[in-house]
Design a protein around this ligand. Structure first.
Ligand code: GLN
Length: 208
């Protein structure tokens, strides 16, 4: 496959830093606000922000049904923080009217990571090596289904997961000045020129 353009959902939240990261990687990218924008992209980043607000805006913009159709058709997606919540199969502590796109077999609990503090930064062990994670009112991944790979952990907690072509992080990789997870996404999404950067995680390195 020769994918060409990656979209960044730009209805609300932390989309600009994703766009900057993708531009720095030299990939063609566009902000997605309408069904017409969505039709122009081959993959989609769903940023952090407020998942219940993004959920409402998906409905009012007319993007919800086309987005469901594209995801159902296999469009690669990368959800970060609120984006991960939106992709999840089940949301705990969501607003009653909050939608989930249900393309990632995980249960997430909103605002549950680091209950004591709203935000924190920590080193994560990932398949691309140690990664500096910025957590902002982050969701906790409570369970992962059998088809879900855990690609990053903070201590014992999964914080970076993938199912097929859907990648999701409970933190904000676009705020670390480190494009390795965007590269990982683009590589799986079939964009040319992004070789696999995956390496064994620390617990696997210890075992081998
Ligand atoms: N707590 C937010 C939500 O529920 C997510 C926070 C974030 O994206 N940084 O949507």
């Amino acid at each position: 496959m020769n994918a060409r353009c990656v979209g960044v959902l730009a209805l609300q939240g932390a989309f600009s830093a994703h766009v900057e990261t993708l531009v720095e990687l030299g990939v063609s990218c566009r902000e997605v606000r309408t069904p017409e924008d969505l039709a122009q992209v081959d993959a989609l980043v769903i940023p952090g922000g407020e998942s219940s607000t993004i959920s409402q805006l998906l409905e009012s913009s007319g993007l919800l049904e086309p987005l469901r159709a594209r995801l159902g058709g296999g469009m690669p997606a990368f959800g970060t923080c609120a984006g991960m919540i939106l992709l999840a199969a089940r949301i705990v502590d969501g607003r009653d009217d909050q939608i989930s796109l249900s393309v990632l077999d995980i249960v997430v609990r909103r605002n549950a990571f680091g209950r004591q503090v709203d935000s924190f930064e920590a080193e994560i062990d990932t398949v691309v090596g140690p990664f500096h994670g910025v957590f902002i009112r982050a969701p906790r991944i409570e369970t992962t289904g059998p088809g879900v790979e855990v690609l990053g952990r903070l201590g014992d907690e999964p914080v970076l997961v993938r199912e097929g072509r859907v990648l999701a992080a409970s933190f904000h990789p676009e705020l670390s000045g480190d494009a390795r997870l965007h590269r990982l996404f683009l590589q799986r999404a079939g964009f040319d020129g992004f070789e696999s950067a995956e390496a064994p995680m620390a617990h696997m390195r210890r075992e081998s």
